[in-house]
Structure formats: C-alpha cells, structure tokens
Ligand binder design. Structure first.
Ligand SMILES: [Zn+2]
Ligand SMILES: [Zn+2]
Length: 357
C-alpha cells in the first residue's frame, strides 16, 4: 500500500495555487475552510471518516475537499492538485528568474487585521514555504477606513501579536513590522511619529485624491518622500490597468470590479530625484491589476539612481507568489539586483530603514 500523504498540506497547497492563479474567492475558501476544519483531527479519525464517508458531515468539508482528503490518505496526489500543477507555470526568462531567486522577502503585505483575507500566521507560513527569510506586514493606516485601517492602539496591539507569532515561527524566518501608511493630502503620513519610528519598514502610498492636479500631487509626494520615516513609496501612480481580480473581496484601495484608473499626474523626474536624494525606495508593485509604476517610469527611476522594492501587496497567501510578475517588469527595464532592497537579508534591510539619511 502506498504511504499516506498529509491531506491538510495538500488542501493548503491547492488553496495556494488557486490564489496564485487568481481564482474566485469561494473556490479558494472551500479548501482553506476544509484544511482548518481538519487541522486538529487525529490521523486515525481522519482515516475512519474518509472510510465511512462521514468527512462531509463536518462543517467546512464538502464533496470535492473530502475526495481530495481520501486520495491523499490513499497515498495519491489528489486529482484536483495534479490538474492545478499540470496547468500552472509561466516561463520567466533567465534575468527575471535570477531576480526572483535573489529576493529574500516581501516588503508589502496585508493580513485580516486590515483588508487582507487571512490571519498573519497563514501569511507567514506561506512566505516560509516560498523560501522567504522575512515578510514585512504592512496593514493600512487609520484614515483608510474602508480597508479597516489600524488605529495607533490597534497597531500597538498588532506589534505585540507579531512578537508572539514570531516566537513560534521556524528559525531563519521572521515577520518584520511595518505599515502601508496613507500619504495625506498635505503630504504628511497618517500615523503617529513614535510608532512610525518603531516599525521596521514604512511603505507610504497615496489612496485618496488621486486626481489631484499635477503641482499639488507633486508637492504632496515630495513632502512624503522627504519624511525620514518613509522607506518605500508604494504603487507610485495609483493606476489600475484591469478590473479587480477574482479572489480579492471587499473595498479598500484596490479599485472596484470592472474599473480601470488612469495614472495620477505628477512630476515623475522631481519625485524620483527626491527618492534618490533621500534614499527612499520606489516600489515595483506586482499586483496584476496595478503593474505600477509602468515600465517607462521604472526606467526613469532607474536612471535617477533610485533603489527599488519588488513587492506583492498580497492580500492572501497565494498572492505572495506574484513577485514573479514584478520581476518580469523589472528585468525588462534592466533593474539590477543590487538596486533592490528586498534582495538584502532582514538585518541589512532594517539597518537601512533605520539609518537612511
Ligand atoms: Zn495601497
Ligand atoms: Zn497595500
């Protein structure tokens, strides 16, 4: 008889691949719920229930997921998983592949503390499985109420929670603390200075007034970039090139279904010159519906001497693998690995954020 596989791991792998492929939320949720429902069960009980067909009596377990579990227990790769694995895979050219291999972490991710779909622990485990050494948790700031932005008090509680989660994670990996802070209309940042100083990494993004006229938007961005707390300028133009992907629910800063959004208008050369001067990294946002900044602006930031961060802005575990999209665009623009801050170790990254001019 074939040796049994781990059915929970198979269910989680399927959910991950579905998220990565941008599948509808309900499909992903079926597998994540089933994995959660079965996680605490003994192997003996699982086997018994699979044998007498009572797995589906458990809340969160349906016919499809029960079949996957039965196949796993019989030592076979579940058919569902095999089909996903067979149909996935996009070929990156050599340079993009090398860049992706050089990345050691992700500096822009969300959990269910703001508008992400999964707990911090799930995001961290997926990052470990991807081979990351760190994950910067960057939930939203207070004024982004549609995305359940964290008040100063909730952020303080999150910092305590992250310390606990870190203690239980495998050695060689850690969650770094962070925020995606709103760049407010006057260019100030939407969180207390003492907290921003305490965080490992601060990503700052414009989420409101994206149609501000050019001089106003330029002033706003220049002021934010000059703020010593701001380490990375997030999704620089705010554009949306396609409708919100399936698998992402709720409002927030990701635009609405079937809607695209033009780039905001600002003096890119002035902003990138300021980023270079203040050593603020320019984010290459990997989300398929953002692809921000566009390639012509990546090239200009490169010429200006900026550093970059290739981030996923993941709102679910499977989206953590979207870095390859950002790497493809970065490689097409000739961004070298030594200009990308998340090719550094966690220690180097934090030393940089705390010692920037
Ligand atoms: Zn954002
Ligand atoms: Zn974000």
């Amino acid at each position: 008889m074939a040796r049994a596989r781990d059915p929970i791991a198979d269910l989680r792998r399927i959910a991950f691949l579905l998220e990565r492929a941008n599948e509808a939320t309900y499909r992903v949720r079926a597998f994540r719920s089933a994995a959660k429902a079965l996680a605490g069960m003994s192997a003996a009980e699982l086997t018994e229930r699979a044998g007498n067909g009572t797995l589906t009596e458990l809340p969160g377990v349906g016919d499809v997921t029960a079949r996957c579990v039965a196949e796993s227990l019989a030592g076979e790769e579940p058919v569902y998983l095999r089909r996903l694995v067979a149909t996935e895979g996009s070929d990156l050219d050599a340079e993009a592949t090398a860049l992706r291999a050089a990345l050691r972490g992700d500096c822009h991710t969300h959990s269910d503390w703001s508008d992400g779909g999964s707990p911090i622990e799930e995001m961290a485990l997926a990052a470990v499985e991807l081979g990351h050494e760190y994950l910067v948790l960057t939930d939203h700031s207070p004024r982004l109420t549609v995305a359940r932005g964290l008040t100063a008090e909730r952020l303080r509680r999150q910092l305590d929670h992250v310390a606990q989660v870190n203690a239980a994670l495998p050695e060689g990996f850690r969650i770094l603390t962070g925020i995606e802070v709103d760049i407010l209309a006057d260019g100030s940042l939407d969180q207390d200075d003492d907290l921003l100083a305490r965080l490992d990494v601060v990503v700052g993004s414009v989420h409101s007034g994206l149609k501000d006229e050019r001089s106003k938007m330029t002033r706003r961005m220049l002021k934010a970039v000059a703020n010593p707390h701001l380490d990375i300028l997030g999704h620089v133009t705010g554009r949306m090139v396609s409708s919100r992907p399936a698998g992402v629910t709720g409002p927030g800063d990701r635009g609405h279904r079937a809607r695209t959004r033009a780039e905001s208008d600002f003096d890119a050369d002035a902003v990138f010159a300021a980023c270079a001067e203040h050593d603020t990294a320019v984010e290459i946002n990997s989300r398929p519906e953002r692809q921000d900044p566009p390639k012509r602006l990546i090239r200009r930031a490169l010429e200006a001497g900026c550093r970059f961060a290739i981030n996923t802005d993941a709102h679910a575990p499977g989206q953590l693998d979207w870095q390859r999209f950002g790497c493809e665009r970065a490689a097409l623009c000739g961004v070298p690995a030594d200009r990308v801050v998340n090719t550094w170790s966690a220690e180097q990254l934090v030393a940089w954020t705390h010692n920037r001019p």
